[in-house]
Design a protein around this ligand. Structure first.
Ligand code: NPW
Ligand code: ADP
Ligand code: K
Length: 522
């Protein structure tokens, strides 16, 4: 299901499994450590060929406990292993038990101040078992020095992080203000991935990510709100044999004044490609000629300065509206002005139909956020990028500032977007490589362009306009707001990956047929 458990939810899941299966102390830790060893050899089979030199860094908690298991298992296998530990008196019974076993197996255990000795630095593999989901503050002092030294002084050694790269907050993927974090080549986590593996600095510090099953059982959503990774519903996306164009919905896209129509045309094409039965682009009358020269399957309508939009919306077959890309932020009151943009958004929201508000539709409300929130309803999706988000929700955006909250746990993008959705009373999608989507009930999804889904070529002008068109097209097809946002964001990244380097926004809709073909064949 792709659930992403927070530290608290993970602890509850572990406790439940221990109780349910009456597990002896240390059994889960044994499984966790063994899973890491398995992942190491599966990722780097060549390491099994020679005399492997390993340095295992053990912290004072259960993450360190996993480290003692890994050290013993690798030593049993024949590796030359040394442990550097933070404490000779681990904070849990399980970790103490596994420390004793590692000592009994003859693994040399040194204090962390031994880091710097030549034989300690000359290793092939570093295992980072300092801190996992129990990180409670920034790494400082000797530990921070050790973490910096690992990068600089162990040369070409591979670094594997146990559960989380130490120093990285598992709920947010951020490094607590003033701290540092391990940069791993591989991170092995247990039961489910955690939000921090996908958010903020997570992917950059984790390297590659493996989620190991340690027998905690079915990954129940657990208490409280649980986020998950975005995934498509292929059956819902496919079209049935029956039906005609109107059964797949009519999307209305609003476009801007003459010379500013590209963004809305991109959105319109995306809405059509994602399967809306019909798409109409409505533009100021002065922009009709320009758009007529550029459109075929997308239909055109002209908007005067009167009540033309409500007249258009009187057609009950129009199932969704997209407003914002290129709509205008100019001075004055004519087409393309911020005043006109706010008036159009007001009419759309008063109508109550499913709608995507993006770009200028958001920015035009920078000084009118409360008025906007009072009109939003649960059929709306807002799709801000970071700058637009900060214009509407400055206090929430400030919580994501790297300098914010020194000494406190860093705020998570998930919590911040959930708070924005609750305030706005609608679905909010905050764009980025770690796109977060939440609705007013707190339901939330992360669509990460990370690991095997990296899509750096999406950072190109107009790609956000395509995303809003995808979501509008899906809502025209009857997808609920959160599902439309999730599916649109997922398809957006897949389309970018399908095209690859050299991608420009125009390419994205054209990749959808290939993405669909692959998805429906699976
Ligand atoms: N429970 C289970 O059955 C299983 C758990 N598993 C494993 O346990 C891990 C979670 O273990 P955990 O809860 O003990 O937390 P952990 O990450 O070891 O850190 C806590 C310790 O670090 C300390 N500390 C924190 N921040 C610090 C800082 N900046 N600088 C210095 N010290 C700092 C903190 O001290 P305190 O905050 O109390 O002062 C405390 O002593 C999890 O990630 C997984 O690997 C698996 O084996 C599966 C079975
Ligand atoms: N490095 C990246 N990796 C993956 N996706 C990215 C990256 N940078 C930006 N994106 C995506 O590209 C889109 C950019 O949208 P936006 O900032 O609105 O651009 P524009 O206004 O030019 O259309 C968003 O969907 C965002 O999630
Ligand atoms: K770790």
């Amino acid at each position: 299901m792709g659930w992403l458990l927070t530290a608290d939810q993970m602890r509850k899941a572990e406790e439940e499994a221990v109780r349910r299966d009456a597990l002896a102390p240390g059994v889960l830790m044994e499984r966790a450590g063994s899973a890491v060893v398995e992942a190491i050899f599966s990722r780097w089979p060549a390491l099994a060929a020679g005399r492997l030199r390993v340095l295992v860094l053990c912290g004072p908690g259960n993450n360190g406990g996993d480290g003692y298991v890994i050290a013993r298992r690798l030593a049993d296998w024949g590796a030359n292993v040394r442990i550097l530990e933070m404490s000779d008196d681990p904070g849990s019974r399980e970790a103490a038990l596994h420390r004793e076993r590692a000592l009994a197996a003859g693994v040399p255990v040194l204090g962390i101040d031994e880091f710097g000795a030549p034989e300690v630095e000359a290793v092939d593999l570093v295992v980072d078992a300092l801190f996992g989901i129990g990180l409670s503050r920034p790494l400082e002092g000797v530990i921070a020095e050790l973490v910096r030294g690992i990068g600089q002084r162990t040369g070409a050694a591979r670094v594997v992080a146990v559960d989380m790269p130490s120093g990285l907050d598992g709920d947010s993927g951020r490094i607590p203000s003033g701290g540092v974090a391990i940069r791993a080549d591989l991170t092995v986590t247990f039961h489910t991935a955690k939000p921090g593996h996908y958010l903020a600095r997570g992917p950059e510090h984790c390297g590659a990510l493996v989620v190991a099953d340690i027998g905690i059982g079915p990954s129940a959503p657990g208490p409280g709100l649980v986020a998950r990774l975005a995934r498509p519903d292929a059956a819902r996306l496919a079209k049935g044999g029956a039906g005609h164009k109107y059964s797949h919905g009519h999307a209305l896209i609003l476009g801007g004044p003459p010379g500013a129509g590209g963004a809305a045309r991109l959105a319109a094409r995306a809405a059509l490609r994602v399967g809306a039965g019909l798409v109409t682009l409505a533009v100021p009358k002065g922009a009709l000629a320009e758009n007529a020269a550029r459109l075929d399957a997308v239909m055109l309508a002209g908007l005067g300065e009167g009540r033309d939009l409500p007249a258009l919306l009187a057609d009950a077959r129009i199932a969704s509206v997209c407003a914002g890309p290129g709509l205008g932020m100019g001075n004055g009151t004519g087409p393309g002005s911020a005043v006109a943009t706010r008036a159009l958004v007001g009419e759309i929201l008063a109508d109550g139909r499913a709608a995507v508000l993006d770009a200028d539709a958001l920015s035009a409300h920078a000084d009118h956020a409360e008025a906007l929130f009072s009109r939003l309803h649960d059929k709306v999706v807002l799709t801000p990028h970071g700058g637009e988000f900060a214009r509407l929700f400055p206090d929430l955006a400030a919580m994501l500032d790297d300098q914010a909250g020194k000494g406190r746990a860093p705020s998570s993008r998930l919590a911040v977007v959930r708070a924005a959705a609750a305030r706005a009373g609608c679905c909010v999608l905050l764009k980025g490589p770690d796109t977060v989507i939440a609705d007013a009930t707190g339901a939330s999804v992360i669509n990460a362009a990370a690991y095997e889904r990296v899509a750096p070529w999406l950072a190109t002008a107009g790609s956000g306009d395509v995303l809003s068109g995808l979501i509008a097209g899906l809502m025209a097809r009857g997808f609920a707001p959160l599902a439309a946002a999730e599916t649109g964001a997922w398809l957006h990244v897949e389309a970018a990956r399908e095209f690859g380097p050299g991608l420009i926004a125009e390419d994205l809709p054209e990749m959808l047929p290939i993405v669909f073909r692959r998805l429906f064949a699976e």
